[in-house]
Design a protein around this ligand. Structure first.
Ligand code: PMP
Length: 397
């Protein structure tokens, strides 16, 4: 009997502190959220710039809905490719300074589409051990040889690249690691890929909008944009594929890949998660176009984030728990055991502060943690309140 065995498995998950629960959010995303009628100070969302509930984005979505309706009812290659999708792709290419951009429904689907279009049975994919699940799933689906290297260990990666006899080699990595908040050494990775004629697929889900003075993401952070950019006479580095998501700092939904026109044209032909799915509601593209403008113009949002990050790191005085070494809005506190991480998250919730406990398999065993994410919507006082609560809970534990 299937269902009783599923129920047993659920009980085991519960007993191990690994069962995950959804909560029903009754408010927009923001520094304060409402769940079960109660307001909480929230440190759970990836709405890093505080744009998810911005009036300009809402107005753009509303007027697009009034003009174009709420659904396109077809995939991009049938007749679902709206003028608003088209305009967003043009805006994304201009924003990143890369020649061409292709808009995907989600980051998960973009990673599946990119990796399976570019790698097959004769190829090999090299992946950082801490990559996002979507990159791992993409590698498995591609049927390419799948080689994972220890987190950020470029010595091991180089050995494996050198030993590989596969036809095409793809190195895939998060640019900012989603559960640790650290940044991949992109210049070194790129140099390695150039030496070994491998493609570097960068997933900048958590860097886009946040890193770099202009929010262009990890390439701007490392001063690499000029290597990928026009003037069109200078060749693009042919080894880099840039991907980012639009449901985090951009505050809406979706993802894109940017690079040479040949790449985006090819993906339109071959990326199955682009081809075989209904195009997203065009109103999302309208909201995203408004978001790109704010990411560009409102630099204070990134400045505020930097102040909040510094303030949190200065105020936390932890002895037994460990604040990870991160300069991004993802500030994890390692607690260790699943049950203790859950218990701390629960006590914080009772005090009106929402911080998620992240447990295996999302993070390695024994490294359950609180994943604090900061947003430009927070104030210095919000962060001070969280730090005081954590300092007190740790000393009482
Ligand atoms: N890549 C990374 C690094 C992510 O953190 C996420 C989202 N958690 C994704 C991809 C998937 O993006 P989306 O939520 O748009 O599917």
């Amino acid at each position: 009997m299937l269902f009783p065995s599923l129920a047993d498995e659920l009980k085991d998950l519960e007993a191990a502190g690994l069962r995950r629960h959804r909560r029903v959010l009754e408010s927009p995303q923001g520094a304060r959220i409402v769940v079960d009628g109660r307001e909480y100070l929230s440190f759970c969302s990836n709405d890093y710039l505080g744009l998810a509930n911005h009036p300009a984005l809402i107005a753009a979505a509303q007027s697009a809905a009034a003009r174009y309706g709420v659904g396109v009812g077809a995939s991009h290659l049938v007749n679902g490719h709206s003028v608003l999708h088209h305009e967003l792709e043009v805006a994304l290419a201009a924003f990143t300074g890369l020649p061409s951009a292709l808009f995907f429904s989600t980051g998960y689907m973009a990673n599946l589409g990119i990796v399976t279009a570019l790698a097959g049975r004769d190829d090999e994919i090299f992946a950082d051990k801490l990559n996002h699940a979507s990159l791992n799933d993409a590698a498995l689906l591609s049927r390419a040889r799948f080689t994972r290297y220890p987190h950020l260990d470029l010595v091991v990666l180089e050995k494996r690249l050198a030993a590989s006899r596969s036809k095409r080699k793809l190195v895939v990595t998060d640019a900012v690691f989603s559960m640790d908040g650290d940044i991949a050494p992109v210049p070194e990775l790129l140099a390695l890929c150039e030496r070994h004629d491998a493609l570097l697929v960068l997933d900048d889900a958590h860097g886009f909008g946040v890193l770099g003075d202009k929010g262009r993401g990890v390439l701007e952070h490392f001063g690499l944009l000029s290597r990928c950019l026009p003037p069109h006479s200078s060749p693009l580095t042919p080894h880099l594929i840039y991907m980012a998501t639009l449901g985090k700092a951009a505050g809406v939904f979706g993802a894109f890949v940017a690079g040479p026109v040949e790449l985006t044209d090819y993906l339109v032909q071959r990326a199955r998660s682009y081809i075989y799915t209904t195009a997203t509601p065009p109103l999302l593209s309208a909201a995203l176009a408004a978001s790109l403008k704010l990411i560009d113009e409102e630099t204070w949002r990134r400045e505020r984030l930097r102040e909040l990050i510094a303030s949190l790191r200065q105020s936390l005085k932890l002895q037994r728990w460990r604040l990870m070494d991160s300069t991004t809005p993802i500030q994890p506190v390692i607690i260790g055991s699943n049950q203790e991480a859950l218990a701390v998250s629960e006590v914080l919730r009772e005090r009106g502060i929402w911080v998620p406990a992240i447990r295996p398999p999302t993070v390695p065993k024994g490294e359950a943690r609180l994943r604090i994410s900061l947003s430009a919507a927070h104030t210095i006082e919000d962060v001070a309140h969280l730090a005081a609560a954590l300092n007190e809970l740790e000393s009482a534990a």
